[in-house]
Design a protein around this ligand. Structure first.
Ligand code: GLY
Length: 330
């Protein structure tokens, strides 16, 4: 079961982080802050991702890393989830927008170079994560949207696809007739995959079809660098799932990485990020739907969210596991 953590019970953790922050304010480097306690480094590659379905992505990433680089691993791990038509919130078989068009968002980031690539609201292409990587590696830009992103993908020789499956088309027809809202948790199961190679380098990626039956042109947090994903090669990486509007307004993944830079463990950073959003957002925390997974350069990992039932997948040399995230309550 997830560990519920109320704001009250979190005070002790916050106090620890505040103390670290105060020291960091006095020109303490991340390594000095981390040096305050012995660090349990995990050897070898480490991959962490959102939800139990991330486990297959982690394992594909690990297999790919055996003969490729870390960006190849992230891309191939996410492609596996994008190709799974039974997953209705990522790639092929994703839930369409209000007009019945599946518009995809994705991004990728290299922690060593701080380069990033991203696509948003892109129709008709099977693997948005691969388009995001081409944007990063083949253009001077970070983000392409909509039809321009699709044309770029085709120019790059990437695969066109009809993304709306018959199953999703029927659901959409029913939604149009009855306007039955999907539950927020049902419609926001983004894959965010963050990884650290054995040499200590870090990278991450994120991919989603976004909010089911969204307005055409709506873009969530997943392709926003610092929102749905952030990677700092000197510190760690974080990714998000949940209601993108509530992640991107607070630069959630960037905040989690910054907290790690000031000495927080990945789990503390995710908890404090959810807490921070909860303190600022006028809605009750249970209505905010923000969830984060993070790893640091030492291979430590953790996750926390405002959604009960949020879990993350972790894969190391020792094997794979699905772990209940800390449930932060209001
Ligand atoms: N987190 C995915 C989205 O809101 O689009």
């Amino acid at each position: 079961m997830p560990t519920p953590l109320s704001r009250r019970s979190f005070l002790s953790t916050s106090a620890t982080l505040a103390a670290v922050g105060a020291v960091a304010g006095a020109a303490t480097t991340p390594d000095q802050a981390n040096a305050m306690e012995p660090i349990d480094t995990i050897e070898g590659p480490v991959f962490a991702s959102t939800w139990a379905f991330g486990q297959a992505a982690n394992e594909e990433a690990q297999r790919t890393l055996a003969h490729g680089d870390l960006l190849d691993a992230i891309e191939q791990g996410i492609r596996l989830v994008e190709a799974d038509a039974s997953n209705h919130s990522v790639g092929l078989g994703g839930t369409p927008n209000a007009n019945g068009v599946v518009e995809l968002d994705a991004c990728i980031m290299d922690g060593t170079t701080y380069n990033a690539g991203s696509v948003a609201g892109m129709p008709g292409i099977a693997h948005p994560i691969s388009v995001a990587r081409r944007v990063m590696e083949k253009t001077k830009h970070v983000m392409l949207v909509g039809e321009g992103a699709r044309e770029f993908a085709l120019d790059q020789g990437l695969e066109a696809a009809e993304l709306l499956t018959e199953n999703r088309r029927q659901k959409w027809e029913a939604w149009k007739k009855e306007q039955i809202e999907m539950s927020l948790q049902e419609s926001h199961d983004t894959i965010a995959l963050v990884g650290r190679a054995a040499d200590g380098t870090l990278a991450g990626g994120c991919s989603t079809s976004g909010w089911g039956y969204k307005l055409a042109g709506r873009v969530g947090d997943s392709p926003i660098i610092g929102g749905g994903l952030y990677v700092d090669g000197q510190v760690g990486a974080a990714g998000a799932t949940g209601v993108g509007e509530n992640v991107m307004r607070y630069c959630g993944s960037f905040l989690a990485v910054e907290l790690m830079a000031r000495g927080a463990t990945p789990e503390e950073a995710c908890i404090d990020t959810v807490e921070s959003i909860g303190r600022k957002d006028p809605k009750a925390l249970e209505e905010v739907h923000v969830n984060f997974v993070a790893i640091d350069k030492h291979g430590r990992h953790g996750a926390a969210g405002s959604d009960e039932g949020f879990a993350y997948s972790i894969t190391t040399q020792a094997g794979s596991e699905v772990i209940d995230a800390v449930h932060v309550t209001g």
